[in-house]
Design a protein around this ligand. Structure first.
Ligand SMILES: [Zn+2]
Length: 501
C-alpha cells in the first residue's frame, strides 16, 4: 500500500522549471492529495542534497510491458512493427499493466494515458479493463483509460483484401485469420464504455485513479459511422477522446487519398475536434491542419522516441507551437532506451525541437508545459482545468519527483550554476529517489511501494514463457510475421500506395 507522504526538505526546488528560478533550501508539506505549504528553510537540510520538481505526464501510452526489441521488432517501421505486438499469447492483464506502470513511475511519470489497444483476451473486456485500473490504483498512478475501438483495416492502412494480395500466398490465410477485424456496430463499442463506467464506479479506489475515455485507433482504422458516434458520445458525456493521427508517411499518403478535402477538416466536420480530443503523433501534419487543431483546442501528444524508433519521422513541434497548439509529451511505450525514462525523453525532445544555431523553436518554459503540464488535459480531461498541476505551490496537486542531487551534480565548480541546466543536460530516471503522487509516496529510494515489482515481473515472465510453450502455434506465427514484414516493404514503398486503397 502507498502511504501519505511525509514532509520533504530539499536543497533545491524547481517549482515551475523554465518559468520560476530554482529555490534553495525548501520544505514542502502535504495536505491530502495537495501541497499544503512550500517554505524556505533557514539552513540547508541535513543529509545528502536532493532536488524536488513536479512529476511528468505521459500523454500517450499503451501500458505494454514487453518492449519492442524483446518481441523481435527492432528496426521495423510502424506498419510492419504492429503485427509483432501479437507474437505473444495473452497473459494476465494485471501483471502486464502493474509492471508497466511501475517502470513508468520509477522514471518520473505519475499521470499517463493508456490507449488500451493490446487486449490480452481470455476474459470480458470490462473485466480486463478493471484489472488495468486496479494496477493503476495499486501502483498509485492516475491513468486516462481509453477504450480502443477499431472496425476496419485490421491488417494494414487500407482494406484487408488489398494488403493480403501483396503478401506471399502462404501467408494470406494465417494473416487473415489472426488480424482481420470482425467489426462491431458503433453501439456495441459505446456500450463497452458505459459498462466500464459503471464497473469503475462500483469498485472502491478505481475511479480515483482512472479517467475513462474513448479510444478510436485512428481514422484509417475506424469507419465514419464509428467516429461520428464517438464524437456525439463524447459531446454528450464530456469524456475525452484519444486517437492516433498521421503517424507515418504512409498514413499521410492514405489520408490524402481517402480525404482529398483534408483529413483534419473531415474530423472537424464530423464533430470530433474539441478540447476533449488528444491526437497522438501528427508527425506528418501540415501547417494549415495544425492551425485548425489549435483553433479547436485539441491536444497533440508528440512521441519523439517512438517516432525515431519506428522510423516514422520527426514531428513538426516548432510549427505546432507557432500555430498555438497544445503539445504534450508521449512515450508510447517506446522511450529511446526502451526504459520509459521520461526525463531522458524530455531532453531528447528539447534537443530535436529547440532549433538550430541561434534559432529558438522551443523555450524551456514551453518544454516544461510539454513534459509536465499539457499532458494532464489528455489524462484527466476537463478535470485538469480545475486542478493546478505540473507546478509545486500551495494548493497544487502533490505530484512530484525527488532527485538525488549529489549524484546528478557530481562535479560542482561554480555556485551560480543553474540547477535547471543540470537537470536538462543530464537528469535521468536513475536519479529519481522518491516519487509522490496525489500526496502518497509511490516510490521510495527507487523502489515502487504499492506492489512488489520484482516479484510481479518474475511472475509475468514465467507465465509468459509457459504460455508460449503451451501454444506452439505462436512459433509459426512469429516466423510468419517476419515474412509478412518482408512483403510489406515493397507494398508500402510502391509508388502511389495511397491510390490503390
Ligand atoms: Zn501509440
Amino acid at each position: 500500500m502507498t502511504k501519505a507522504a511525509a514532509p520533504i526538505e530539499c536543497a533545491w526546488l524547481l517549482a515551475e522549471p523554465g518559468t520560476a528560478p530554482a529555490r534553495a533550501n525548501v520544505r514542502i508539506e502535504f495536505g491530502g492529495s495537495h501541497i499544503a505549504s512550500v517554505d524556505p528553510l533557514p539552513t540547508p537540510p541535513v543529509g545528502p542534497r536532493r532536488m524536488a520538481l513536479p512529476a511528468l505526464a505521459n500523454a500517450h501510452d499503451h501500458a505494454r510491458t514487453f518492449r519492442s526489441a524483446t518481441l523481435g521488432a527492432f528496426g521495423q517501421p510502424l506498419e510492419s512493427w504492429l503485427p509483432f505486438l501479437g507474437v505473444l499469447p495473452g497473459v494476465d492483464p494485471y501483471l502486464c499493466a502493474a509492471t508497466s506502470f511501475a517502470r513508468s513511475v520509477r522514471h518520473g511519470v505519475t499521470n499517463l494515458v493508456v490507449h488500451y489497444t493490446r487486449v490480452q483476451g481470455g476474459m470480458p473486456y470490462v473485466d480486463e479493463a478493471l484489472a488495468v485500473a486496479r494496477a493503476a490504483r495499486d501502483v498509485g498512478v492516475h491513468i486516462g483509460f481509453a477504450v480502443a475501438m477499431r472496425d476496419r483495416h485490421g491488417i494494414g492502412l487500407c482494406d484487408d483484401a488489398t494488403v493480403l494480395a501483396a503478401l506471399r500466398p502462404t501467408l494470406r490465410e494465417p494473416v487473415q485469420q489472426r488480424l482481420a477485424v470482425r467489426p462491431l456496430p458503433p453501439t456495441e463499442h459505446l456500450a463497452v464504455v458505459e459498462a466500464l463506467a459503471l464497473a469503475l464506479a462500483a469498485e472502491p479506489g478505481l475511479a480515483d485513479h482512472s479517467t475513462l475515455q474513448y479510444g478510436p485507433a485512428g481514422v484509417q482504422w475506424c469507419s465514419t459511422p464509428l467516429l461520428e458516434s464517438i464524437a456525439a458520445a463524447s459531446h454528450a458525456s464530456g469524456r475525452p477522446v484519444h486517437m492516433h493521427l498521421l503517424e507515418t508517411k504512409y498514413q499521410r499518403e492514405w489520408a490524402d487519398h481517402a480525404h482529398p478535402q483534408g483529413i483534419v477538416k473531415y474530423l472537424d466536420q464530423i464533430g470530433l475536434l474539441s478540447p476533449r480530443l488528444t491526437l497522438a503523433h501528427c508527425a506528418w501534419a501540415r501547417a494549415d491542419e495544425l492551425a485548425l487543431l489549435a483553433e479547436r483546442g485539441v491536444t497533440i501528444a508528440v512521441n519523439t522516441s517512438s517516432n525515431l524508433g519506428l522510423k516514422s519521422g520527426i514531428a513538426p513541434v516548432p510549427e505546432m507551437l507557432r500555430q498555438g497548439c497544445r503539445v504534450a509529451m508521449g512515450l508510447d511505450g517506446m522511450a529511446f532506451n526502451e526504459d520509459d525514462d521520461a526525463l531522458h525523453e524530455m531532453r531528447l525532445a528539447f534537443a530535436l525541437h529547440r532549433g538550430w544555431g541561434f534559432d529558438s523553436g522551443m523555450s524551456p518554459a514551453q518544454l516544461w508545459a510539454f513534459a509536465a503540464q499539457n499532458g494532464l488535459r489528455s489524462v484527466l480531461g476537463a478535470a485538469a482545468e480545475t486542478t493546478t498541476c505540473g507546478v509545486l505551490k500551495p494548493g497544487a496537486a502533490a505530484d512530484l519527483l525527488v532527485l538525488d542531487w549529489n549524484a546528478l551534480d557530481d562535479d560542482p565548480l561554480f555556485d551560480d550554476t543553474d540547477p535547471l541546466h543540470l537537470l536538462l543536460a543530464r537528469g535521468r530516471g536513475l536519479h529519481i529517489q522518491d516519487v509522490v503522487a496525489a500526496g502518497c509516496t509511490v516510490v521510495r529510494n527507487g523502489v515502487v511501494t504499492g506492489i512488489d515489482e520484482p516479484a510481479l515481473r518474475a511472475e509475468l515472465l514465467a507465465r509468459t514463457r509457459s504460455a508460449l510453450a503451451a501454444a506452439p502455434g505462436f512459433a509459426a506465427w512469429r516466423r510468419q510475421i517476419g515474412e509478412m514484414a518482408e512483403d510489406l516493404g515493397p507494398f508500402y514503398r510502391s509508388q502511389g500506395f495511397g491510390l490503390c486503397c
